[in-house]
Design a protein around this ligand. Sequence first.
Ligand code: GLN
Length: 385
Amino acid sequence: MPKTAFRLESFTESVIREMTRISDKYNAINLSQGFPDFDPPPELVAAARRALAEGYHQYAITWGSPRFRSALAKKQQTWMQIPINPDTNIVVTCGATEAMIVAMMTVCNSGDKVIIFSPFYENYGADTILCGAEPVFVPLYPPTFDFDPEELRKAFQEGVKALVLCNPSNPAGKVFSSDELEFIAKLACEYDTFVITDEVYEHIVYKPNIHRYMAAFPDMESRTISCGSLSKTYSITGWRLGYVIASADVINAAKKVHDFLTVGAAAPLQEAAVAALELPLSYYLKLQKEYTQRRDLFLTYLDSAGLQYMTPQGAYYVLVDISEFGFENDVLFCQWLAKDVGVAAVPGSSFFHEPVNHLIRFHFAKKEKTLKAAGEKLLQIGSLL
Ligand code: GLN
């Protein structure tokens, strides 16, 4: 029999998605794969109905429908504080997942090195390998998830083509400070490197933390490739709408990669999502308030259960320390948790390059009712062991 490609041998299937299957198997409350169990704003659903009735059934322009790009440019320009031309600075993709691999394939030649902070969202490792590049991991040290500036400089000295920055970070819940971003930006300029950002949690940030866009730092506009998505901000992970924002040169090249990978994101949903991009500032303030309530509610249960964690500064994940339970590793713990406690989490080891086996990731993008039900179950951990 002919064999499948070697490049697939160095990574496994997504552990996050596998945990969803395990959760379903045991009928657990799924706090593993991060997606909301509540609906998007009703005006989006109405706009989607209208788009289907109005006949948007064929391909949109491959790099994004003009109305969507124009609304996106307007919204992101306000938040990112950089000029964005809807025709030359945007490629609309099938979620940030496609945006990230498009960005990497756009800048990396085979054998190029890419810095990835560890822990990292599992796609980045696979993305680098799929485009023939080599990851250089730089640790973010728990419990605060700070990096060692000297270690980062050394990684740049290896001659890297790009650095991947997930900010706010999945799974660490870290929001990089201005000083940290400035340091990364300076190194990127000094070593002539791209920064590929994953900023899908840009609007899920907890006070007093503030999200700052790498593209807006001095001299970074032309070397930052900003990847984003509507999934998390508007609770529409299944619509698969993401984008790359970058300089005209990078976008020219990225359009080609995107075109041959997917042709384009769903045309009717791009039309409908204009309604999302035009929501007023009050929407984002409400989103932040509601996520803060979800986070605080879930953390109250973790506290009552006596679990140790770092308070998330952004995104909707929390890494919890399970060392005290005496399990051999986090994978076994997560299997037990789903089966015997009825709550699904992701083993932290799937996010770390280093051998870290004492953390598990919960997400809290869930209704109050769901979080309370999961929390009540977590309170029983001690008695079930
Ligand atoms: N970003 C989400 C997570 O980390 C969802 C991942 C996915 O399945 N695409 O859980």
